[in-house]
Write a protein that binds this ligand. Sequence first.
Ligand code: SF4
Length: 474
Amino acid sequence: MPYITGERKQGLLLPSSIEDYINPSDPVRAYDAFVDQVDITELGIQTEPNRVGAPEFDPRAMLKLLVYGYSYGVRSSRKLERATHHNLSFIWLTGGLQPDHKTIARFRRDNQAALSNILKACAHVCLKLGLVEGNTLFVDGTKVHANASMKNTWTEKRCLESLKDIDSRIARILSECEQADASEQGNPSLVKMRECLGKQGKLKEKIQGVLKDLQAGQKNATNTTDPESVRLRSNGRLGVGYNCQSVVDDKHGLIVHSDVVQASCDSNQFSLQIEKAQQALGKPCATACADAGYASTEDLKKSLDEGMDVIVPSARQVKDPSSRVKKEHFAYDAKDDCYRCPQGHLLRYIGDHKQTKSRIYAVGDPEQCRQCPLFRRCTNSDQGRRVERLFLEDVRERIEQRYLQADAQAVYRRRKLRVEHPFGHLKQNLGIRSFLLRGLAGVKAEAALAATAFNLVRITTILGPEAFVQRLAA
Ligand code: SF4
């Protein structure tokens, strides 16, 4: 016989209980032990063992199902339901419970706030087991698609154009009706035309409602499927989604805090996310590091003022070197409050720029620039070169100098390994590129579940499932 073949009718002596199917070193035991030691009422899950009426599924079993499912990229309620019927690990984890997809979806929807706290519980466990130190933290963000389509995103301009389009379509349908009436032909098509008119009318009403909301509110665009999502540019493409922030500990690259924000960029998120991570860990961190996307001097100053070692390059430090004459080629004279350009000409203070919170300096005679051999490389303006100096320029220079030091460079090199690993695992290995839930509360719950799932995968790799279970029980 050249092949080994299977035999479906072979009689088997299978173990008599589900417990015997799962090996003591199976990773599912780590998930089970983790959820068992979480205080679910502290998370915010309502438990009423003595309630009257039809019994519900054990909330702890439902939580285990979600955390384990997210760890293996099984997120949809239908796939989770199927797993409780076909997958031995899931069957063991839930003790044979088989909730249907509606029950699973309802549990996730009704406990969004509680699920957002699961990562905090995980961070505490990591701290207790010495897997997290909380001394050096890295912040990073990634854009995740919302469960909504870009075609349902409306701006004021698009609303006005669509309304104009609908009006012209209605006018065309009405004129076709008149023509049909006149010729007394095509009665069936009249019914169709009325239907078309009704559809156009409903669409017009919907767009008018959206336009009214846009004109009354602060937003310049809204999505009708997920109104809390925002327009984001990711990899050069415009889409609709959320900005996911995560704070990772240096020791083993475990996530200690995750958040979802409606900001289109990471600027101004640094101090906020580090503060929340410190609250989650219950201890202050010594060093915080992020990429140039977080380089908002005003925001970084908040962390500096708390005595933190802030390692964040400025945007100009990471830009590609080019032949252009940059601001750092100008020497600042603090005594006379002026700049001197590479050609030795003075740039004097001419006023403030309120939006960028900076002071502006300009050459006295623009002709000097127009005649300069560096003109075009330095400026294209016939008014001559201008230089902006932040009100907090000294703070920016301090942060820039810190970034250039050898020990800061070593921390910054680790940043990429630590903080980008979770995003890579979640997106590439588990395929979490878009959220399933809608609304900020829902996506925050999903982000916390995904981060907890990443941590548990990482812990089972670092310690091994058996050792993790033993240390939790100790
Ligand atoms: S272009 Fe103007 S500011 Fe720039 S180096 Fe020449 S003289 Fe100086």
